[in-house]
Design a binder for this molecule. Sequence first.
Ligand SMILES: [Cu+2]
Length: 150
Amino acid sequence: MARRSVLVAALAAAALAACSNEQPPAQPAFEQVYTVRGIIRGLPTPDRPNLDLQIQHEAIPEFINGAGEQAGMRAMTMPFPTIAEGVSLDALHEGDKVRFTFGVVWEQGQNTGRRIPHWTVTAIEPLPPETELTFSSVPEPEPRPEPDSP
Ligand SMILES: [Cu+2]
């Protein structure tokens, strides 16, 4: 709870800072942005620079799908081929726990009516190794009420 409040406050401060900039830096217009926790499962390296960043991430209950529905995303390992300019992976290693932010742009598929997502990692920071992460395979699109709450 406290952690979440800190995060919300940080996001609010960031939004405020962004609003006060008269000339914001050119950025792709993401349809959605998510901040998620996970474990690094793959990294580009000097000898294999074409590898994608791969992160096993926790469930994202607020995830909006290509149809605009809050479908949630289950915990999974997924590749993030696009890293925003100025975001460095140099200090990170496989197995590191991280908090990261990615933006989503949806593109119309060529032959199907489905929209295809493109992810861009816009921020990533290590978390303490003792951080407990949950990789439940059950999607949780709605927060469930606590049966014992008053
Ligand atoms: Cu995913």
